[in-house]
Write a protein that binds this ligand. Structure first.
Ligand SMILES: [Zn+2]
Length: 342
């Protein structure tokens, strides 16, 4: 058996409501994004479902996903809002995260992603609302991070910058969804502004990499989304070789990636990102904990930290990415207590 630190998943879209398997099949047979939208798919279909759900609905459904993740060795993870897109429903999601954190063994870190998609009222009007939401979220301690999806079809570079600056001034830690669909240079802008992590980076340009290195910004890569959407993979090797710390996450969500297993992400990291098995493990434990600001409590097995430990039926480290089935997870310990056994 092999003992490793509990996996930390620093980027998920839990909690969500409902599923989009119909859309998955449409995409698989080559239907365009516009055709999918016209048939009622896309992010706004999840927004509709989340708006209809109660906090208890969200807790019940997402507790199941957290249980699946626990069985795959995830002992800490990030959860975020972003499917409400208005005051009431964004807060509802954050409250559901709070409730979930009281009911599951894992450590949950909460992010406010009100800026996930631009609602019909337009970016300018919505950004003003987001600032009001942040004030309430801060006063009720409902999120540690503020995140923005700055990309083609989402928020503009200017609007994203203004929002994150306000968030930072209010005392939030900041992070971004950047350069997944287009090369708009926002990863380095966010790094300069003090973002803890810049997430996705499939389309990042070489000239931006030194800025990430300079500010110690963590590049958070999610190869399962590339696999699911059949798109390019982020330049992990180039980032690591240029001194940028890399973390790995699942990006588990109902629209663009339904893979949650860190073992599968480890397989993709080795097979498609050119990372070594030990680089992948560090990226899924200590570096991921650094993204969430919990590196002093979890992420390694050492004196003084929580005993978050996963026992794997694996003869050596290389085996996890080679045989990425959850069946090799034999036991999971959270803070020294056994929370799963197989
Ligand atoms: Zn995301």
């Amino acid at each position: 058996m092999l003992a490793i630190p509990g996996f930390v998943d620093p980027h998920t879209h839990i909690p969500f409501h409902g599923e989009r398997s119909e859309e998955f099949v449409m995409r698989a047979v080559g239907k365009s994004y516009v055709e999918i939208l016209k048939s009622g798919g896309g992010i706004h279909s999840t927004v509709k479902k989340v708006r209809k759900a109660s906090i208890d609905n969200l807790v019940k459904e997402n507790k199941k996903y957290l249980e699946w993740m626990l069985k795959s060795g995830v002992t800490s993870l990030e959860c975020k809002s972003g499917y409400g897109l208005d005051f009431e429903n964004e807060l509802k999601q954050l409250k559901a995260i709070k409730k979930l954190s009281e009911e599951v063994p894992q450590t949950l870190i909460s992010t406010f992603l009100g800026a996930h998609a631009v609602p019909q009222k337009g970016e300018k009007a919505y950004l003003t609302e987001l600032i009001d939401m942040m004030k309430v979220i801060k006063s009720e301690s409902l999120a540690e991070f503020v995140d923005v999806f700055c990309d083609e079809g989402a928020f503009s570079v200017e609007g994203s910058f203004d929002l994150l600056k306000r968030a930072k001034d209010m005392g939030f830690k900041i992070r971004v969804h950047a350069e997944e669909l287009s090369s708009n240079g926002f990863a380095s802008i966010a790094a300069e502004l003090g973002a803890v992590s810049v997430d996705h980076l499939i389309k990042i340009k070489d000239r931006e990499i030194p800025t990430l290195e300079k500010y110690g910004t963590i590049a958070l890569l999610m190869p399962a989304t590339s696999f699911y959407l059949k798109t390019m993979y982020a330049p992990a090797r180039k980032l690591i070789d240029n001194g940028v710390p890399v973390a790995l996450g699942s990006d588990f969500n109902p629209g663009s990636n339904t893979f949650y297993s860190p073992l599968f992400v480890s397989h993709l990291a080795v097979n498609h990102l050119g990372m070594t098995p030990s680089e992948a493990l560090v990226a899924q434990t200590l570096n991921a904990a650094c993204v969430l600001g919990i590196e002093n409590e979890v992420g390694t097995i050492e004196m003084g930290k929580s005993a978050d430990i996963v026992i794997l039926d694996a003869p050596r480290l290389e085996y996890l990415s080679y045989m990425p089935t959850n069946e090799i997870v034999k036991a999971v310990f959270k803070n020294g207590r056994k929370v799963f056994e197989n």
